[in-house]
Design a protein around this ligand. Structure first.
Ligand SMILES: Nc1ncnc2c1ncn2[C@@H]1O[C@H](COP(=O)(O)OP(=O)(O)OP(=O)(O)O)[C@@H](O)[C@H]1O
Length: 809
């Protein structure tokens, strides 16, 4: 199971690449239906066919019911063809029989033939080489240690060797817990451990993000927690949290606190609630605080509704995963003893980015040895609640010994010196390091261009000619569009790393809503999302009435839909009954399918019983597949995305629906930049935010948009003054430091003189951070505006010949 999230991330990463993967899922769908029986259905749409003519059931040959029972007719695609002439129709009893047969086939096959577990060929490598500082950290005694590791100084190497060293020195592998900041880092650490120590030990070591490890503890021991949350709870990711805030904002405000819901941004309120939770507040303790501002009172009210709704739905959000675990460990001595007894050695990566609750969890878990690695110069998550002061707290609470890693193996010295000059201007700096980089003489280029289009063209030019891999880094995702356009024009292969982008697509959200509804029947947001997709004559008024009936019944909207009564219109009620019956059957099928059936030779597509197979079943039986492919705009493209999601689901069994949803809820943007080792032809260029680039390295790095308002970003500094403003600017400065230290050989920082913002071209000032790079560590390049748009092309090609401008690229 530990390998599965990795497969998910890899597949998700591929799914964001410019060239989508293709898998023969139509063939797969065909392989799971009963024996093909051709039925003479005319080539018309399903609705017209059904309403105008009558057919024989492909199973028993009965005359299919007339118009009003149309939903009993289940179209099933045969032989991978989209043509309606290849559809078969079944009457309801035959359809139910088919479902039962399938389930029995699955269960019988599983009983007879246990799945074949493939032996993995283990590639053993000699232990990694270490320098003196690294060795001192690896071999340090088990007293509490804090390692200050500059960029590129081999933090991952030290963590891997430290774990291996503990095991080689006699620690039981299962007594080691390594907490990482991203799923990507967890996977990398696990892979390296598999290469360094024996595979059995490697698989006994607990490696995961704080969120993953806390979620696992919570799922196992939620009963020990005094809380309304029960076993089998749902997990809300950020999109679900924002949606729920929107729903709470839409509720009628209390007397004396009127608000205009169109003026309150759910994402802003969600972020405020998240910060409060991370600061240790719950809705009632926050409500007790005196509020000065109107905004705070709105947040307080929404917070209260939000918490109550989560409890009603037996759901936890991203922040609860940590805070409930901290509470669990604090208030249940038995649970605490269980975990502290299991994990004698706790290691933490990227310690500078931990928040207060994570620190509490660490303190509660720590028993024999604690080893944390971090770098305060690379702290870039203060906006998300990370607490810089945790380092001081740790030193004080644990009496930690401080060790340093200062030999940078990644960047040429001029790049490292320029980056160090920027970070040295931080107002409250701690743990300063004297970093020593690799040999090199090429200083960073600071390139000034006319506007964002020229900037994008210049970047594409550099990408065309660069040797080795290139990363284009920016502060906000929106900046990628212009660069993407120019890269496409120039025919350069690129990968856009934006995990959430994939999961934010409408069709992906729809499919996940179907899955969530199957896993968590009380998830009303999921219900509302798909109740009328495909259209089931359930309009907003029917939904409103269902909401009322759900409130009366107290079991959620799905339950209300199964028993819908007047004033919900009869047609909507009967359609909803068919819909909820289909979901009941699917839930039964899912719960009965714990293991995929081993494939027969020549089998293509997802294994019967796998999560991918189940997902396609859900979409076929609820009519969503037909709706998406044939009745929606861009149906083919959207269906391709759904198949990508099925790819992600393939490593899971249908019975592991909750585990699959948990993994998706835990995917972060930073996870998407996985290593290239599995790519046949890795893309030359990667586009990502600076935050997502943390932990990566590239031959050439271009940092776009080095302007006031973008870096430092307006939102990071707006409405702040004094110490708070200084800290916000410091964090933006560290962000630039992280970006610059991703480069091995060449680095360029670009800025535009004017930039289109909200449709208006504005004059932009150079980022204040550029002034912090000394003259001898930079090469300034000023690119004149093109004479006119008609001569742009000629200008562009003559520009390409100007070697001064592109020196070093
Ligand atoms: N002792 C060593 N000898 C040679 N190369 C090394 C050594 N230690 C680390 N490296 C190399 O240095 C590079 C940076 O290492 P790594 O990615 O572990 O750094 P890091 O400290 O995690 O960096 P960052 O914090 O910036 O993400 C890698 O290419 C790694 O192989």
């Amino acid at each position: 199971a530990s390998r599965r999230p990795r497969a998910v991330l890899r597949a998700a990463k591929k799914s964001t690449s410019a060239e989508p993967l293709t898998t023969n899922f139509e063939a797969a769908a065909a392989s799971v239906v009963a024996k093909p029986q051709r039925l003479p259905l005319p080539a018309k749409t399903r609705k017209t066919v059904a309403f105008n003519q009558q057919y024989l059931c492909a199973g028993c040959g009965c005359l299919l019911p007339p118009e009003h029972e149309i939903d009993h007719i289940v179209p099933v695609a045969l032989n991978g063809s989209d043509a309606l002439s290849n559809l078969q129709a079944l009457c309801k009893p035959c359809h139910q029989q088919k479902t039962r047969d399938q389930r029995h086939t699955i269960l019988d096959a599983v009983k007879k033939e246990p799945p074949v577990v493939e032996e993995k060929e283990v590639k053993r490598v000699p232990p990694l080489k270490l320098n003196d500082q690294q060795r001192a950290a690896v071999e340090a005694s088990t007293e509490p240690i804090r390692v200050v590791a500059g960029p590129g100084t081999g933090k991952t190497r030290v963590l891997t060797r430290r774990v291996a060293h503990l095991v080689e020195s006699g620690a039981r592998a299962s007594s080691v817990l390594a907490l990482t900041f991203t799923n990507r880092a967890a996977n990398e650490l696990r892979e390296r451990l598999e290469e360094e120590i024996n595979p059995q030990d490697a698989s006994s070591i607990s490696v995961g993000t704080f969120h993953r490890v806390c979620l696992t503890m919570l799922r196992d021991d939620v009963e020990a927690l005094e809380s309304p949350i029960k076993r089998g709870f749902a997990v809300y990711d950020q999109a679900a949290m924002i949606k729920l805030c929107g729903r709470c904002i839409a509720e009628k405000p209390p007397v004396g606190l009127g608000w205009d819901k169109s003026e309150i941004k759910p994402a802003r309120v969600q972020s405020a609630i998240s910060s409060l939770k991370n600061a240790g507040f719950d809705a009632s303790s926050y409500a007790d605080l005196t509020k000065e501002g109107y905004g705070d009172r709105i947040v307080s009210r929404v917070f209260d509704l939000y918490e109550k709704t989560l409890q009603q739905r037996n759901a936890v959000d991203f922040d609860d995963m940590l805070s409930l675990t901290a509470r669990l460990l604090e208030h249940s001595p038995a649970t605490r003893a269980k975990y502290a007894g299991r994990w004698k050695h706790v290691l933490v990566d990227e310690f500078q980015d931990t928040n207060g609750v994570q620190y509490d969890v660490l303190k509660l878990l720590a028993s024999d040895s604690v080893f944390v690695v971090g770098d305060s110069d690379q702290a870039i998550y203060g906006w998300r609640g990370a607490d810089y002061e945790n380092q001081q707290r740790y030193d004080d609470d644990f009496g930690a010994r401080l060790l340093k890693l200062e030999r940078n193996y990644r960047s040429a010295q001029p790049i490292l010196s320029a980056a160090s000059a920027v970070v040295e201007s931080t107002t409250r700096r701690r743990d300063a390091l004297s970093l020593e980089g690799r040999e090199g003489s090429l200083v960073p280029s600071i390139v000034e261009l006319e506007d964002q289009d020229d900037e994008a063209r210049w970047i594409a030019d550099v990408c065309v000619r660069a040797e080795g891999d290139v990363a284009v880094l920016y502060r906000t995702n929106a900046q990628s569009r212009a660069v993407e356009r120019e890269l496409l024009k120039a025919g350069v292969s690129y990968q856009l790393l934006h995990a959430k982008g994939f999961f934010e697509r409408k069709e992906i959200r729809d499919v996940l809503a179907y899955l969530r509804l199957l896993a968590y029947p009380k998830d009303d947001d999921a219900f509302e999302r798909v109740a009328n997709v495909p259209p089931r004559a359930v309009g907003p008024r029917s939904l409103e009435r269902l909401r009322v009936q759900a409130l009366e019944g107290g079991e959620g909207m799905l339950h209300a839909a199964a028993n819908a009564k007047s004033p919900v219109p009869a047609r909507a009620a009967s359609n909803l009954k068919v819909f909820t019956d289909a979901l009941d059957e699917l839930r039964e099928l899912q719960q009965a399918t714990s293991t995929p059936i081993p494939a027969e030779e020549g089998h293509a597509g997802p294994l019967v019983g796998s999560m991918a197979w189940f997902l396609l079943e859900v979409l076929a039986r609820t009519g969503y597949e037909h709706y998406l492919r044939h009745e929606s705009v861009d149906g083919a493209d959207r269906w391709r995305n759904v198949r990508e999601l099925a790819n992600l689901a393939a490593p899971y069994a249908a019975g592991e629906l909750v585990e699959f949803l948990d993994t998706l809820a835990l995917v972060q943007d930073q996870d998407m930049a996985a290593d290239d080792t599995e790519e046949k032809t890795p893309p030359k260029v990667r586009l990502m935010t600076v935050h997502a680039s943390k932990g990566l390295e590239f031959q050439t790095v271009i940092i776009a948009g080095c302007e006031e308002g973008l870096l430092p970003h307006y939102y990071a500094t707006a409405d702040k003054d004094g110490e708070e403003l200084a800290q916000a600017v410091d964090e933006e400065r560290r962000l630039l430091y992280v970006a610059m230290t991703r480069a091995k050989e060449s680095l360029a920082l670009t800025r535009a003189r004017t930039r289109l913002t909200w449709g208006v071209s504005r004059q932009m000032e150079a980022s204040r951070f550029l002034d912090e790079i000394p003259a001898d560590l930079r090469r300034d390049v000023r690119v004149a505006a093109p004479p006119s748009s008609s001569r742009r092309r000629r200008w562009s090609s003559s520009r390409r010949r100007s070697d001064g401008m592109l020196a070093g690229f």
